[in-house]
Design a binder for this molecule. Structure first.
Ligand code: EAX
Length: 326
């Protein structure tokens, strides 16, 4: 391309953009998530929305739908795939049903802690899986975060796996979790998140498991007595864009959207850190009895036999590669 051509093209693009904004060509994208606007999902989504508005001179902005207003996470992912919803900031809980590559991250006790999990998601392994969403008609813009999951229940304090045994526990619609939790002796009951508070209130299930930010934002302290810091599995989250919207973006806009999602992920992780730091005290204040010193080895020992199946499903080499991330 000659310099003159490049210039003409740039001028043309600017003219079209100007024409667009002059004509008020503003696109308001719907973004949904499970928890409140003040929660980690809300914090991350707000950053994403600010960044795309800034980066596209307000040609794109968002309308936020917190607190599962657009439905459960599985429903929202489906809607984004169909293009009837533009964006979702969702946990990977139900995502493995759409994109099997995601499921490996749902193995209990796979990650040693936040650094390990975040390095894995940000590194080659995590980024490859993010790209795999495209094959299923989902645009994974960036990993955000839900956090390490802890158990709550109304029956007894859980210190070791023996205490967990026999409890009816709501799980996400996630086969890997369910298989893992069965090894703890739990009775996993899959249920969409919007039904969970009521189910806990009515005693349909004894307990549930979620990261501290979700337990706080959803006020589970009102319906659950015991919290145990089991940290038994990492719960990644991701901002997914509809391929319908993605197809309309020019290259510069695509870059703006992708970078906005990365910034959203950083802000969401920071909120998870903050909630982890201050949340336990808050939940105690709200009346929960908290077991901080959990016998993690009893859970790890229980789940070890299931790793043979996980290796068959995902490849022992894949699991080892994740474990080897520093
Ligand atoms: O993503 O369903 C769940 O328990 C999730 O952790 C929650 O919807 C937040």
């Amino acid at each position: 391309m000659t310099a003159r051509h490049a210039l003409t093209r740039a001028t043309l693009a600017a003219a079209i953009a100007l024409l667009g904004s002059a004509a008020g060509a503003q696109t308001v994208l719907k973004i949904g998530y499970a928890t409140t606007k003040e929660s980690h999902y809300g914090v991350g989504s707000a950053v994403f929305c600010d960044e795309i508005a800034k980066g596209t001179a307000n040609r794109y902005s968002c309308q936020q739908f917190p607190s599962s207003a657009l439905g459960g996470e599985r429903e929202m992912i489906e809607a984004v795939q169909l293009g009837t919803q533009d964006l979702v900031n969702t946990s990977t809980g139900p995502l493995g049903n759409f994109v099997p590559e995601v499921k490996v991250f749902d193995i209990p006790f796979l990650f040693r802690g936040y650094d390990h999990a975040r390095h894995t998601m940000d590194g080659a392994i995590g980024q490859d899986v993010l790209k795999a969403l495209q094959k299923k008609g989902l645009i994974g813009l960036a990993w955000t975060e839900n956090g390490f999951r802890h158990m709550t229940n109304n029956k007894r304090p859980i210190v070791s796996a023996a205490d967990a045994a026999g409890l009816k526990l709501r799980t996400m619609e996630n086969k890997v979790h369910m298989e893992g939790y069965k090894t703890f002796g739990l009775l996993p009951t899959p249920m969409a998140f919007p039904e969970l508070f009521g189910a806990l209130q009515q005693g349909t299930v004894d307990g549930q498991e979620n990261p501290i930010p979700v337990i706080l934002a959803s006020k589970f302290s009102q319906v659950q007595k015991h919290l145990s810091l089991t940290g038994h599995v990492y719960s990644p989250a991701v901002i997914i864009l509809s391929p319908v919207v993605w197809g309309k973006l020019n290259e510069a806009d695509k870059k703006v959207f992708s970078e906005a999602a990365v910034k959203a992920g950083a802000a969401q992780r920071k909120k998870v850190n903050d909630d982890e730091a201050s949340g336990i005290a808050q939940l105690r204040k709200d009346g929960m009895q908290v077991v901080e010193k959990v016998d993690g080895d009893s859970f790890r020992k229980a789940v070890t036999p299931a790793y043979a199946n996980f290796a068959k499903e995902f490849g022992a080499d894949k699991i080892a590669a994740i474990q080897a991330v520093k």
